[in-house]
Ligand binder design. Structure first.
Ligand code: NAP
Length: 253
């Protein structure tokens, strides 16, 4: 990424102490961005700081670590403001933080529904709102939202998660229309099954069954998703907005 007049471009990745978010932070740092990492709270702060140190050593970029629950609007605002304070500006926001609370609808509690909507969907809204304010002043920016193929096609046992990820697509397309005149692009990625803690509970049998349904014959790696994030954040993607890019090895074909 090119330097701005104020120094290196800056990317904030929510939920980036592990999994896909961490892979995104590393890919963006490799591309030359200073990166702000975020975790959900104090419990994961130390682990996230260790990852930030590693990124600094590996890629020679500046890093910041901010613990914040993205579901909390005030905390999300402070997360964006803290990033600008620590690293000077905000060029790329990756809304990656997300959870699952799976269950068939008969057994899904109201709390399971609300938690998933609050973190996955409202968290995306909260961070978009705070980041858009900064990016509109700059008259440039990139927002990349993590949806899921489950948000496009549904999945039994995931009504809450599917609703949240379909909502993320709605936010992406609406905001792309709203912010295009300010030279801010907004896109979403819809990963299939990616090997992280989120899919860690799958049994060997379930993994084999999924791999058989995936055209490319394997679960994805976090880096498969991060590479697309790095592309969407790059100058090469300047004319792409409002799109949802599936990274699913052909699962949805
Ligand atoms: P993961 O390994 O479970 O990591 C989830 C991340 O989200 C963690 O860094 C976690 O932070 C953070 N997080 C959770 N709640 C948060 C909150 N309230 N505020 C801030 N951060 C919070 O998940 P993953 O597989 O990497 O998934 C990343 C994203 O990709 C999610 O949006 C997920 O829905 C999406 N996705 C994943 C798959 C897949 O197969 N893995 C497929 C499609 C889409 P802590 O470390 O602090 O807990």
């Amino acid at each position: 990424m090119e330097q701005t007049s104020e120094g290196a471009a800056v990317a904030l990745i929510t939920g980036s102490g592990r999994g896909i978010g961490l892979a995104c932070a590393r890919a963006l740092a490799e591309a030359g961005f200073d990166v702000a990492l975020n975790c959900s709270g104090v419990g994961s702060l130390e682990r996230t700081r260790v990852e930030a140190d590693r990124i600094r050593q590996d890629f020679g970029v500046q890093t910041a670590v901010v613990a914040a629950d993205v579901a909390d609007m005030t905390a999300a605002k402070e997360l964006v403001e803290g990033t600008v304070e620590a690293l000077g500006r905000l060029d790329v926001l990756v809304n990656n933080a997300g959870i699952t609370r799976d269950g068939l609808i008969a057994r899904m509690s109201e709390e399971d529904f609300d938690d998933v909507i609050n973190i996955n969907l409202k968290g995306t809204f909260n961070c978009c709102k705070a980041a858009a304010k900064v990016m509109m002043k700059q008259r440039c920016g990139r927002i990349i939202n993590m949806s899921s193929i489950v948000g496009l096609y549904g999945n039994a046992g995931q009504t809450n998660y599917a609703a949240s990820k379909a909502g993320v697509v709605g936010i992406t397309k609406s905001l792309a229309k709203e912010l295009a005149r300010r030279h801010i692009t907004v896109n979403a990625i819809a990963p299939g099954y990616i090997a992280t803690d989120m899919t860690g509970a799958l049994s060997e049998e379930q993994r084999t069954a999924i791999s058989e349904r995936v055209g490319l014959g394997r679960l994805g790696e976090a880096q498969d998703v991060a590479a697309v994030v790095a592309f969407l954040a790059s100058p090469a993607a300047a004319y792409i907005t409002g799109q949802v890019i599936a990274v699913d090895g052909g699962l949805s074909l």
